[in-house]
Design a protein around this ligand. Structure first.
Ligand code: ADP
Ligand code: MG
Length: 352
């Protein structure tokens, strides 16, 4: 097995707030394999964005990395001087967000913005950079790239703006792309076009992607592996098949059951009861225990370790302990399996 591109180890991040210290990310370990798409999923507030902002060293001032490391190319990003980080950001490590306008300057022509990372990181003439910018604009599906080069962001639709941001992010051929809910603000049709585009480009460039979403529905089509995050912790990780067909943590099962699929009845959707815990005073055990109708006493007392389900699949739930009672979590998921299988098949055909 080749080396991981990025390794986050035992990362914990706190925020100082007027109410107290928020423990936003708690002992997170994640590995990104070369060329893969790793989906980071979980409800809003689970710590997905803070984890990746730590990787990019773009945390707000009230944040503090309490422990952990982020290994990239033999170095710990958390210990790099700002100057070296600037050399990596937008070059080897790139990022796209939910709202393309956060990445775009409304007063600057888009062509110039797309060229910018090239001029900053590579030794090119303006004309060479311009040629590369035009080429990538065409590649991300902007027709009449030559004319559009001189347009401003407001002259594009939301989906087209996200294409421009993707062009900017990928123009230097990064090793790692962090995509933080890049399609959440877009309507469904545009959403699937953008997903297909990200997939196509990462295959061409060999970029490894961390794809953040709160919507498991989009994961089946794009991800190779999935990590499920909740209340600052990773609760389960595995291949897409492991997570969709053999989920082990009750939270993962809850997420699957609450994700709508196209051909299901509304009555089949089950929302997860209760609310996410307060991260100023997080629970000591499994953070999902109070929403889990199968919770054991120990779930409230002790954080479960990762139990190995298979070589690719691990889950932090005491239900996997040898002494735990057997519970059946995955009833009513059959219908979804068919749906996801269909989706994966369609994606595979689209790849050919
Ligand atoms: P997600 O991306 O999974 O929706 P985030 O990573 O943005 O969640 O947030 C994780 C937790 O950190 C949340 O409880 C959130 O309230 C808290 N948090 C994020 N940013 C700040 C901040 N600047 N100050 C205080 N708390 C924050
Ligand atoms: Mg977020």
């Amino acid at each position: 097995m080749t080396e991981d591109v990025l390794t986050i180890k035992h990362l914990s991040v706190d925020f100082q707030t007027l109410e107290g210290t928020v423990h936003a990310v708690r002992d997170v370990t994640l590995k990104l394999h070369p060329g893969e798409v790793l989906a980071l999923v979980g409800e809003s507030g689970s710590g997905k964005s803070v984890t990746t902002k730590t990787v990019m060293q773009l945390l707000p001032k009230n944040a503090k990395v309490v422990s952990g490391s982020v290994e990239y190319d033999g170095r710990d990003l958390l210990k790099l001087p700002e100057k070296e980080l600037q050399n990596l950001r937008g070059n080897e490590l790139a990022e796209i967000f939910q709202d393309p306008m956060t990445a775009l300057d409304p007063t600057m022509r888009v062509g110039k913005q797309i060229m910018e990372p090239l001029l900053q990181h590579q030794d090119l003439t303006k004309d060479e950079a311009r040629q590369k910018a035009l080429a990538i604009m065409e590649k991300v599906g902007i027709v009449n790239a030559k004319e559009r080069f001189r347009n401003f962001p407001y002259q594009f639709s939301g989906g087209m703006r996200q294409r421009i941001v993707i062009a900017m992010a990928l123009i230097c051929h990064p090793k790692v792309l962090i995509a933080d809910e890049p399609t959440t603000a877009l309507d469904v049709t545009i959403q699937s076009q953008i997903l297909a585009l990200i997939k196509q480009l990462k295959d061409e460039l060999g970029t490894a992607v961390i794809f953040i979403t709160h919507d498991l529905g989009v994961v089946a089509g794009i991800a190779d592996r999935v990590a499920v995050m909740y209340a600052g912790r990773i609760l389960e990780f595995g291949t897409v098949n492991d997570i969709f067909y053999h989920p082990q943590h009750p939270y993962t099962v809850g997420l699957l059951k609450s994700t709508p699929t196209m051909d299901m009845n509304e009555g089949d959707l089950e929302s997860i009861p209760g609310t996410t815990p307060n991260l100023i005073d997080p629970p000591v055990g499994d953070p999902f225990a109070n929403r889990n109708r199968h919770a054991l006493n120990i779930d409230f007392e002790k954080m479960p370790p990762f139990f190995k389900v298979s070589d690719t699949h691990y889950a932090a739930t005491w239900l996997l302990d040898k002494q735990a009672p057997k519970v059946h979590l995955t009833d009513k998921l059959e219908q979804r399996r068919e749906h996801y299988a269909k989706l994966a098949e369609r994606e595979a055909q689209a790849d050919d």
